[in-house]
Design a protein around this ligand. Sequence first.
Ligand SMILES: Nc1ncnc2c1ncn2[C@@H]1O[C@H](COP(=O)(O)OP(=O)(O)OP(=O)(O)O)[C@@H](O)[C@H]1O
Ligand SMILES: [Zn+2]
Length: 481
Amino acid sequence: MTETPLMLFNSLTRELEEFVPVHPGEARVYSCGPTVYNYPHIGNMRAYVFADVLGRTLSWKGYDLTHVINITDVGHLTDDGDAGEDKMEKMAAEKAQSIWDIAKHYTEAYWADVKALNIREPAKWSVATDYIDEMIDFAKSIADRHCYELDSGLYFDVSTVEDYGRLARAVTEEGEGRIETVEGKRNPADFAIWRKTPPGERRQMEWDSPWGRGAPGWHLECSVMGEKLLGFPFDIHTGGIDHREIHHPNEIAQNQAFCGCGGLSQATNSGAKIWMHNNFLVERSGKMSKSSGEFLRLQLLIDRGYHPLAYRMMCLQAHYRSELEFSWEGLGAAMTRLKRIVMAVERLKDAAPGAPDHPRFAPMREKFAAAMADDLNTPIALVALEEALAVKKVDAGAKRAVIEEMDAVLGLGLLDLSRDDLRLRPQGATITEEEIEAELIRRKEARAAKDFTTSDAIRDELSAKGVEVMDGDPLGWDWKL
Ligand SMILES: Nc1ncnc2c1ncn2[C@@H]1O[C@H](COP(=O)(O)OP(=O)(O)OP(=O)(O)O)[C@@H](O)[C@H]1O
Ligand SMILES: [Zn+2]
């Protein structure tokens, strides 16, 4: 099942490339983490479901995975270019709270979502403010050849590296008008790698540096943590597709400078060999974003009666490079699909362990392997899993082993989920699950006794409480909310 070469889409070349590890047998992956000034929205979490599927696929292929996800607690401005304020400082001022408390609160909220979505813990959560000394050292090492100082900070001169912005394409294709200019910049795309605290101001987070008191630039953070924890070049760098435009081209420019080459060959000098980007989760009104104020949190989905893994299922149903539009109907459909699978898996739970290589499952395992090796094609992999589940009159232990093997990659936690886990009641519902089950037993008895008046009355009562009775559902779900 693990022979097909793993092909991944590299944003740098805009081509599918075979994954060939830098260090034989290993896979080193860095994912840009959340900026912890607010709750993550489900769009942000799509980025981590994607990175998790990538990591699980690498593990399944037998690589020894080291995954790092950072926590950005300083430096990310309200504009990805150099305009605006620090997102963390702004929120701390609005809430009149310590920035450290804000970071702690939202980091914990993010971790809760990570857990609920069955995202595996990375080898390390690297917190940006733990690496300030290393950032200063990194900046010092490139400052002479690649940077210049303005009153507002130390700026990176993008003309000092070759092929700046190749990753983005848009920068050269559409011009650089998107990037707000700061007076004195040599090139519009130049960016701050150290921002000085303006005279007379005090920031909650600031440190001394050779360029004055201030804070590191957001792009510098990821370059430094990637280099420190994984070493250049590492294998794969991930992030949302917005990062392909500014954040990652800037990281790459710094990495080229740090490697001392500034050469054309970004393939060896961009810090990572493969850069991968997940597309957006969008709503009808556009990209979901924290900065816009209104957004969907995973907790809201749970409060409305959806299991968090229904959202993971929704993500898996789309290829990571396609835009995914969120709708409650779509989430409902994903939830139903998950329930059907869980129902079928439940029958396998007691089976004696078997081996997955039973010949009846060979076509599905092959289809699954080919799909995942084809740039993580989870929609097709899910179908392969369902086809394996549907195989009739076969050893249950072998089937269980096949499902376990596939689910180790998809991460739905199918063998740990039960029918009861999926019967979440929306917050505010006035009836408990025990009461629903009790009413349904009463109704079954009434129907057995051909007392249809009582049975209909019970159905209507339940319906008034928001519970829909589903007679004859082939999967045996007798009710839904
Ligand atoms: N709507 C979305 N769909 C998928 N991924 C997203 C979406 N919005 C942001 N991301 C990704 O989520 C990850 C975390 O982003 P981060 O916490 O820095 O968000 P942000 O830029 O502060 O918030 P926002 O862009 O929502 O205002 C990044 O990899 C980013 O590219
Ligand atoms: Zn980053």
